[in-house]
Design a protein around this ligand. Structure first.
Ligand SMILES: NC(=O)c1ccc[n+]([C@@H]2O[C@H](COP(=O)([O-])OP(=O)(O)OC[C@H]3O[C@@H](n4cnc5c(N)ncnc54)[C@H](OP(=O)(O)O)[C@@H]3O)[C@@H](O)[C@H]2O)c1
Length: 251
């Protein structure tokens, strides 16, 4: 039976890779959310190359309620059920508390925390039409092991972990809710932390060395963990926040 996936942040990085791999895991319909029309178009062509259907929903999740309503509305005529929701879109403001504005706080909390919560709420009627519906939230190891100057992000991701546990209780046994906690993953979000490619290359040995596995993560590392948690092999796993971090949290 065909399965439908809704993923935010489908225009880049981890979310894009989830869309690209979705056909291999039985998802023939993909709803991909993002801001960049160009990014969504690229993801669409990758999904369609593999015979899948892709519906790009271009919205700014920082707009809160309106953006979630648009996503729900876009499903009309595309799919009346949703098997998997991946709350993946995220924004990182890297600055000390003295420089954090109310707007930074609001954007970060809306995109990183309120968006996943209210998208899950909006998808419930569709998930109730699916056989084994699953929500997977993308958290961060920074929720457990913070670094300075990313405070708002760390706080939002800690909220995601609690949301995962609470909603797992609330929605059991119908909907399973889990999260993946990546350490450093090679995506535009990570790359943008450096002013130049040279600076990024120079920092790489140090960044790699904080991961016992000796490398930073790939988008495949995270996407495949998401598909494991979404599968029936993980049918007795709910409320789990799974580190996918090259061992970083053990250090
Ligand atoms: N990379 C890492 O090291 C790392 C580590 C731990 C956790 N994570 C988490 O992994 C998730 C994916 O991040 P990534 O590394 O793949 O980063 P990325 O390549 O920068 O992708 C972020 C995605 O989120 C979307 N997004 C951001 N703000 C949005 C908004 N206001 N409205 C709609 N979409 C928005 C972006 O869409 P547009 O590009 O279209 O704006 C993009 O598709 C995030 O939740 C991040 O916090 C990443």
């Amino acid at each position: 039976m065909e399965k439908t996936l809704v993923v935010t942040g489908a225009s880049s990085g981890i979310g894009k890779r989830i869309c690209e791999l979705s056909g291999q895991y039985g998802f023939s319909k993909v709803v991909g959310v993002g801001r960049s029309a160009e990014g969504l178009a690229k993801t669409k062509s990758k999904v369609e190359d593999q015979g899948g259907e892709f519906l790009g929903v271009q919205v700014d999740l920082a707009n809160g309620k309106n953006s979630i309503e648009l996503i729900a509305k876009s499903l009309e005529g595309f799919s009346n059920k949703v098997d998997l929701v991946v709350n993946n879109a995220g924004v990182l403001h890297e600055k000390p508390i003295e420089e954090v504005s109310w707007d930074n706080w609001k954007e970060s909390m809306t995109v990183n925390l309120a968006g996943p919560y209210f998208l899950t709420q909006a998808m419930l009627p569709f998930m109730r039409n699916a056989k084994n519906p699953v929500v997977v939230n993308i958290s961060s190891t920074l929720a457990k092991k913070p670094i300075p100057n990313t405070s708002v992000y760390n706080i939002a991701k800690a909220g995601i972990n609690m949301m995962t546990q609470t909603l797992a209780l609330e929605l059991a046994p119908k909907v399973r809710v889990n999260a993946v906690m990546p350490a450093v993953v090679n995506t535009p979000m990570y790359q943008k932390r450096f002013a130049t490619t040279e600076e990024m290359k120079a920092a790489m040995p140090d960044i790699e060395s904080i991961h016992p596995m000796g490398r930073i993560g790939s988008v495949d590392d995270i996407a495949k963990a998401v598909f494991f948690l979404s599968s029936n092999d993980a049918g007795w796993i709910t409320g789990t926040v799974l580190p996918v971090d090259g061992g970083m949290l053990v250090t």
